[in-house]
Design a protein around this ligand. Structure first.
Ligand SMILES: *Cc1c(COP(=O)(O)O)cnc(C)c1O
Length: 811
């Protein structure tokens, strides 16, 4: 937008008065933030309305991205950049003696997601808006996002994330667009004009109230919408009947139990517990979302059988898979169309992304629980299941009960959400090439055999505007000075940097910027934890959810091994290293939480041991989230992507680090394979078991971790140190970790990959000694990272799955 500094200053003073009732000199920092934020939202509003009008008037298809999680990060700076007014505002505020970066600190980071899946949804929104694709988000406005993590005495302690306690300047509540969502009750079937009618009665109604947040495109005046639903009681603030009977607390009960639906985000990543409240949450936002889409569609005045020509609904994992029976319900019960036509419309509307092959993450619902909570939806799923099983019987698997019960949507007393999502959609995509191949050839082979055309790959991506332009301004400026600014819209142009990879003056600028970002992180660590880290050491970072499959344990055992070597020989020639960890563990995941305790215990020991002459430091930074990631990732020299091969479907952290010039040490898994492919094997350190070897080991069951432990003295030493008083903790503090490696035969092949990992780390040490070589690698990584922009991913979703176009001229 066009804005002069004087206009901005005038607007800002007015806003401060109208909204906070204060002049500049009386205003607190919070007043200034609140006024500034609302002013920016005002600036956005006009384009928001215009964009929506354009979407309606040009009658183009729109896509709705349904996701339980949106890990957006702070929006203020992002919005200023996308509006193209960051400098103007910065200077205008400076005239008032206000530091923009201080204002930005006030904003809460909305943690409405656990990790990669939620962050992917946020990157996709960014890319859809920037590409001019009519694409919106639909999710839940959790009152409490993911818990805040504090480390106390080395342990993770969880605190509620009260992100809404102060005003959320971006959202607009739209009570007039509320919809009713029904739970419980029973279904009465009647016959009317020779047709069966399904009457849902005795249900409990909950009001779903939408809060809309604008999603800005980059300097293109387009504004999409993230619509998050909040649950409210439908009838009354409290129940007068109980109140009059003198049952004071009971009078409020309904209100609280209803609102609890959108209270809190489940803190498990890649793990499903099958909880009733979670099922309520899923149906709640899906029903609200689908109802509001149907209502909007009907305003277009098109016949309902053209629904899928105007609407695409994408489901991010199976969490929103009830969109399938919900759309069926609306089409049949409310629009009065027959099953076959409704099924065709539904399948053509919905597409599904599979995020994992790990069985503990697969959603299944007990049918008794499901039936009583969602009786009509259950009937529809039963019908879907019966027709699907009949189809299998008639067409391919006559008499093959085993096969059919394996593929059924309902079996063994459970509803299988993945099977429902596959049967009820027209597209199933994996999130990296290897992952999609595993789906086709193994995990979902039976489905691939009957629906080969439904399966496709869409390798994940990241917003280069968030993860480079915004979070690494110095590097962004250097890139723009060097190759111009077109990369911001066309990230593959980053490739033009490749010609400078051996240019020593460019290399030195890259070096200085990395050093600047490392200093910034080091200062934060020093301020917060009073630990001095050497900015000249290698910053080696593993930042992601704490999970056994991600193998933080492997990293830890290697550090213990290095430490042992240094104690043995304090003059050992290694490049000083700072190992930095961050990540949250699910509150009920004991071994993951003990891994955090182990990292902190090791950190205490190493950081205070004078004998090793500061060659090694270990830091755990608490409360990983988007804001912390934006500080850590630009400061990394080494990116740890060491999950057990086949377990990390794609990963997106890997892409962020690469884009910021870190060298990746990785297993040949997920998107790491594609990163290796892009940068070439000289510019990444790959180690460890390959997918075929992993599957072989699972199959032949020949792996015995105890043998490796007995044969390799390095391994025996570090594993024993977990339980032999090497650490000043109670005897059994780390026995759960010790047991996982030996007694339970090391399910994630930590010991099996140990030797290869040590070798890979030695390579890093050696490469870092050649500044020229290291910087050349670093530049090659930045240059090749444009392929992993979510702009590219979204372009593929739009053309190959959704069939939606851009409203911009140049796409
Ligand atoms: C990108 C991101 C993730 C995902 O990281 P992986 O290494 O792919 O697991 C998790 N959390 C946050 C805050 C992120 O920004």
């Amino acid at each position: 937008m066009t804005l002069t500094k004087n206009q901005f200053k005038e607007d800002f003073i007015k806003k401060l008065i109208s909204k906070r009732g204060k002049s500049i000199k009386d205003a607190t920092l919070w007043d200034k933030y609140s006024a500034f934020g609302s002013l920016i939202r005002d600036y956005i509003a006009e384009n928001w309305v215009k964009t929506n009008e354009k979407y309606i008037s040009n009658e183009k298809k729109q896509v709705y991205y349904f996701s339980m999680e949106f890990l957006m990060g702070k929006l203020l700076e992002n919005n200023l950049i996308n509006l193209g007014i960051k400098e103007i505002c910065e200077e205008g505020l400076k005239d008032f003696g206000i530091d923009l970066s201080e204002i930005e600190k006030i904003e809460n980071d909305p943690g409405l997601g656990n990790g990669g899946l939620g962050r992917l949804a946020a990157c996709f929104l960014d890319s859809m808006a920037s590409l001019g694709i009519p694409g919106h988000g639909s999710g839940i406005r959790y009152k409490y996002g993911l818990f805040e993590q504090k480390i106390i005495d080395g342990y993770q302690v969880e605190f509620p994330d009260k992100w809404l306690q102060c005003e959320n300047i971006w959202e607009i509540k739209k009570p007039s667009k509320s919809v009713e969502v029904r739970f419980g009750g029973n279904v009465r079937i009647i016959e009317e004009n020779n047709k069966l009618k399904f009457i849902h009665e005795n249900y409990e109604s909950i009001l779903a109230v939408p809060y809309d947040t604008p999603i800005l495109g980059y300097e293109n005046n387009k504004v999409n919408t993230l619509r998050l639903w909040s649950a409210e009681g439908i009838k009354k603030e409290f129940d007068y009947e109980y109140f009059n009977k003198g049952e004071y607390t009971k009078a409020f009960e309904n209100k609280y139990s209803v609102e609890s639906i959108s209270h809190v985000l489940y803190p498990n990543d890649s793990y499903d517990k099958g909880r009733l409240l979670r099922l309520k949450q899923e149906y709640f936002f899906v029903s609200a979302g689908v109802q509001s889409i149907v209502r909007l569609f009907k305003k277009l005045g098109k016949p309902i059988n053209k629904f899928n020509e105007y609407i695409a609904i994408h489901i991010n994992d199976t969490h929103p898979a009830l969109a399938i029976p919900e759309l069926m319900r609306i089409l049949i019960d409310e629009e009065g169309i027959g099953w076959d036509e409704a099924w065709k419309i539904t399948k053509n509307t919905i597409s599904y992304t599979n995020h994992t092959i790990m069985s503990e993450a697969l959603e299944k619902w007990n049918i008794d629980v499901f039936k009583s909570l969602l009786p009509r939806i259950f009937m529809i799923i039963e019908e879907i299941n019966e027709r699907f099983c009949k189809y299998l019987w008639d067409n391919k698997y006559t008499g093959d009960f085993d096969k059919i019960s394996k593929m059924a949507v309902i079996a063994d007393g459970q509803i299988r959400m993945a099977n429902l999502a596959i049967v009820g959609s027209h597209s199933i995509n994996g999130v990296a090439k290897l992952h999609t191949e595993i789906l086709k050839k193994q995990e979902l082979k039976d489905f691939y055999d009957i629906y080969p055309n439904k399966f496709n790959n869409k390798t994940n991506g990241i917003s280069h505007r968030r993860w480079l332009l915004k979070s690494n301004p110095k590097l962004s400026n250097l890139i723009t000075e060097t190759i111009g600014s077109k990369w911001i819209n066309f990230p593959e142009q980053l490739m033009n940097l490749i010609q400078y990879k051996q240019d020593s003056s460019f290399q030195e600028k890259i070096y200085d910027i990395k050093q600047y970002n490392k200093n910034k992180l080091a200062n934060m660590i020093n301020e917060k934890y009073s630990i001095n880290i050497d900015p000249n050491s290698i910053f080696d970072i593993q930042a992601k959810r704490i999970h056994e499959y991600k193998r933080q344990k492997l990293n830890v055992l290697h550090i213990m091994h290095l430490y042992n070597r240094l104690i043995e020989n304090p003059d050992l020639d290694i490049v000083p290293r700072t190992f930095i960890f961050a990540g949250k563990a699910a509150p009920g995941y004991y071994i993951a939480k003990q891994t955090i305790k182990l990292i902190n215990t090791l950190a205490d020991k190493i950081n205070n041991d004078k004998r090793i002459k500061d060659k090694l430091k270990v830091i755990f930074i608490e409360n990983y989230g988007v804001t912390l990631a934006e500080l850590m990732i630009p400061a990394a020299n080494v990116s740890e992507q060491i999950a057990t091969t086949t377990k990390e479907a794609s990963g997106t952290g890997n892409m962020k680090f690469m884009m910021n010039g870190a060298i990746t040490i990785a297993t040949f898994d997920g998107a790491n394979i594609e990163i290796a492919d892009a940068v070439g094997e000289d510019n990444i350190i790959i180690f460890g078991l390959k997918d075929k070897e992993i599957f072989e080991l699972y199959k032949n069951r020949l792996y015995k971790s105890i043998d490796i432990y007995n044969e390799d003295i390095r391994i025996k030493t570090v594993v024993d140190q977990l339980v032999n008083r090497f650490f000043p903790v109670k005897n059994d503090e780390f026995s759960v970790i010790y047991d996982s490696l030996l007694k339970y035969n090391d399910e994630f092949f930590v010991l099996k990959d140990f030797d290869a990992y040590v070798g890979a780390q030695q390579k890093i040490d050696k490469l870092y000694r050649s500044r020229f070589k290291w910087l050349e690698m670093s530049i090659a990584n930045i240059a090749n990272s444009g392929k992993f922009s979510s702009d590219k991913t979204i372009h593929q979703y739009a053309t190959e799955i959704w069939d939606v176009g851009s409203i911009l001229d140049y796409y």
